[in-house]
Design a protein around this ligand. Structure first.
Ligand code: SF4
Length: 302
């Protein structure tokens, strides 16, 4: 039996957890690989029109795997490891994918509450049992993988002239097809990049003080916390926020970041399958130029 793992949506956040879990489980796994034009086109064909770009791309990854695998793992994430929720599409992802692609061999679809270790372990054991995998094996694999959720993230040394915080959902910031190689483009312009992963959980949490209530959404917590910390400590010259067209949670996140960072420049790039690369490039170039001029101006004043 071969289990397919779509490299879309939260794979970009939980890659180390997923790889570790299936490796320790000892099952035959096929990863769908990086997003490409064909995957996007398959996704557009099989997904509802109104869905955001990352959801369409995820459908494409599932369609690709359905030709190569016996089962496909589509997780139903209810709460992340820190207790926040994600948008409702993640709670109904298996149903959404099934109705779009017609794929009914989805596995590991039980509700996952990653903030409750025992509950999450039981869910994995239950789902793996349906595949004939004994509980002790799943438990062992889960224990190893769970540690990956909290392992240290990378810190970067930045000595570039301009440093930008690249924010947004990981399936937009890390998928080079979706973001049209934004990271490479910025690097070629000599821009240093930090992401929310470069800010510690502790620093992100501290930035929530003063809010009327604790952020409910996972990506609001991550991106707001990082933007607020990086701008307060003056570690960045500006922010590029990659957002999916028609994403409800982003509409709140972006406004909250704007209110917090005051006059720090922020460029919001909305992505969907119709986004043209030429216009996208022009906006990035203009933004970097603006940051360079601003920095020069500030240096002249001091
Ligand atoms: S949070 Fe936004 S971008 Fe992510 S799946 Fe939901 S609607 Fe799409």
């Amino acid at each position: 039996m071969r289990i397919g793992i779509p490299e879309g949506l939260l794979f970009h956040r939980y890659e180390r957890f997923i790889r570790c879990f299936f490796e320790r489980l000892g099952v035959d796994v096929i990863y769908s690989g990086k997003t490409n034009r064909k995957i996007l086109e398959e996704g557009i064909k099989s997904c509802v029109d109104e869905a955001c770009l990352p959801i369409k791309v995820f459908h494409g990854h599932v369609s690709k795997l359905s030709k190569e695998c016996d089962k496909i793992a589509v997780f139903r994430l209810m709460k992340c490891e820190y207790g926040e929720s994600i948008c409702p599409k993640f709670c109904g992802l298996p149903e959404l994918v099934k109705s779009g692609t017609g794929e009914d061999n989805l596995v590991f679809t039980g509700p996952l509450y990653l903030n409750d270790k025992n509950k999450a372990k039981k869910a994995f054991i239950r789902d793996a049992k349906l595949l004939g995998i004994p509980a002790y094996k799943t438990s062992r694999a889960f224990e190893s993988a769970y540690k990956e959720l909290f392992s240290n993230k990378q810190k970067r040394d930045l000595d570039n002239k301009i440093v930008i915080a690249l924010l947004g959902h990981p399936y937009n910031t890390k998928d080079s097809f979706i973001n049209m190689n934004l990271i490479d483009k910025l690097k070629k312009m000599g821009v240093g990049i930090v992401t929310e992963e470069d800010v510690s959980e502790e620093d992100k949490l501290k930035q929530q003080t003063g809010l009327m209530k604790k952020p409910y959404w996972l990506f609001l917590r991550d991106n707001f916390g990082a933007a607020s910390y990086l701008s307060e400590k003056k570690k960045i010259d500006g922010i590029i926020y990659l957002s999916s067209f028609c994403c409800g949670t982003d509409s709140i996140t972006i406004e909250m970041i704007r209110n917090r960072i005051k006059d720090l420049p922020m460029l919001v790039l909305k992505l969907d399958e119709h986004t043209g690369e030429a216009g996208f490039n022009t906006r990035i170039e203009a933004f970097v130029e603006l940051l360079e001029r601003r920095k020069k101006h500030e240096a002249n004043l001091s």
